[in-house]
Design a protein around this ligand. Sequence first.
Ligand code: SF4
Length: 430
Amino acid sequence: MYALSPPTLYAFRRALAEPRSRRRIQRMLAALGLGPEAAEAVDEAQIPDLIRRHGWSDARLRQGLLGEHQPLSLVFGTLRFDDRPAIRPVLDACPPGTSSRLVGDLLGYGGRGLAREQYTSRRGVCRARVQFDTIYGCPHGCRYCPGGKVAVVATNLEEFLHRQVIPAAEAEPWQKVFMFNSALSDTLCFEPEYGLSRLLVEYYASTADQCYLIHTKSDNVGFLLDLDHRGHTIVLWSLTGDAACERVEPGTPSAWERVEAARRCQEAGYPIRFKLKPIVPVRGWRQEYRDLIGRLLSRTRPESIGLFLLAWMDADELEGCIDPDLLDPAFLEALRDHAEEMKGVTAGPFPHAARAEVYGFLIDEIRRHDRDVPVFLCTETVEMWREFAPRLGVGPQDYVCGCGPQCRPGLRRLDEVLVPTEMRAAPAAI
Ligand code: SF4
């Protein structure tokens, strides 16, 4: 587990009351050099007061809007499956502006989720899937991410496995790859003391053909190397260039350290994948990515490489999160010139031509080293796919990617796009 220094630590009484959850909390505290008394016991009625006292009402804004990277407070709770209290009354008692998502996390919402992402999704071309979250909040401090200040950590993982993970795998046999904690956290920061990865590695190793996907920016992989994964755990790294890593993702290991972690996992038999995500077009980005691609393809043999230019927000917000002086002046100009046109466009705020320039450069660089490795666009528009499909050799209907629900190890092209049970009544249309 990372050597965190949480400014505040709490544990909900519902977590302390369950022996395995309590032991998990004690293990995590011990890894931080703390005794069990370090986490103050609280209950749900105290949530508005905790948020007020610690200034967490803005904790789900993008971290770059909150100033410098702040240490992460920890709140240990449980996922609640049958008796979730209503969020609204608690939210109404919280300071104005508090995120309902944070209140829900503290109340025990979470676990199984459905990503309804298809060709028609506003987020761009992606694939619908069942996915899971047990931690909300992350120490990596990425300035574009709203996972700062406080992490809510669910500790009833054995119950979660039996009530949600195994039933989902059995109900969705078409889904071969399941992603965990990709929304607002990074599981490896809390391992091995958290113990989710071991449970999932062992469970998916027992299935016929389904996989656990670890999506990470961490290099904390030592504990994975000896696990009996049987090829049913895939490790996927998001990578950025040096400058972005230092200035935009201040709590992460460097790209070199992540590539080295990938090499170790590959040696231990894990299928490994990369996403260059998010690509931040800093001054000198071409040379940074040329070096990064050369390094990663000389040290590892990934199953695929994805490309994604920083998005998810309008131009004003991006300039609020990231020092504009960091950006390549031509890209900063494009950002500002197209700010109005790109408002509300999920693939924005960089316009199509700027994004296409980056993707074209990166595909050329990858192909200089490897003619064969599958390259894909991550949550890009249909228009971008139309432009690049001839060069990539695949399109929205058949590409394989890093975290796609059907993208089992070794697959190079999809025959048919399938969707979760809840969505079958309205199948995807291309
Ligand atoms: S690693 Fe992921 S979850 Fe953690 S701060 Fe960065 S973007 Fe957010």
